[in-house]
Design a protein around this ligand. Sequence first.
Ligand SMILES: [Zn+2]
Length: 273
Amino acid sequence: MNNKMNNKVILVVLDGLNYQVAHDCMGYLNGLIEQQRASLSPIQSELPSLSRPLYECLLTGVRPIDSGIVSNHIVRRSKHDSIFSLAKNQGLRTAAAAYHWVSELYNRAPYQAVRDRFTQDETLNIQHGCFYQWDHYPDEAVFLDAEQLRLSHQPNFLLIHPMNIDDAGHKFGLDSSQYRNSARHADVLLSHFIDLWLADGYQVLVTSDHGMNNDRSHGGTLPEEREVPLFMIGSAFAHHGAHIKQTDICGLCCELLGLDHQKPYPKESLRYD
Ligand SMILES: [Zn+2]
């Protein structure tokens, strides 16, 4: 078998980001690809193409139909091993700056803002958290919240989950300047941090839960609702554009972290020394 990896990992989930818009509008991330420091794979979201079901899919590798988290209205904790629970149970540190549904899935449900918005509890799956409950909470604030958590707690696994791209899509639709500009804005925010993260030994994945349609929604099977990007940034990735499923992303993170896990992952996407 392979030598175990031992990386720190940052998973950025830019909510509601369609693949083509990521490809066309995110010049910083695409510049890293041109310099062979990153790669981009298209991912087809699992179904339904909705947020809470796909947070669970990304973080546990389990499809919505199998996890039972089949709509945004199911408010309960996950019943599966997640990157957070596997990492915490194996002695790694976990953190998240994310929408409050993530706190509900892996820490406590229902979310109580006064109790849960700022979380510091080593016994929870997400030990260090800054959660928000507003779709218009600025992406810039989410990145600052995350960076504060990272610098204060040195998490092995950090989830960063901004919502403004999805919010612009619900207000203006896929084919709108506002939606595209929100993706461009997230690209600029990422450009402020990625070199710092790489220098501190993190491998970085940037992906999305689902895309967007011109009816200002998502949930079905249209290609624009399902096709999302996966940018892989860092020296642990093979960067040969392997075919990757959304259900592989959890296992990819577990493998990068060196966790014992049973999750599927695309071995050919990683570079083992
Ligand atoms: Zn949405």
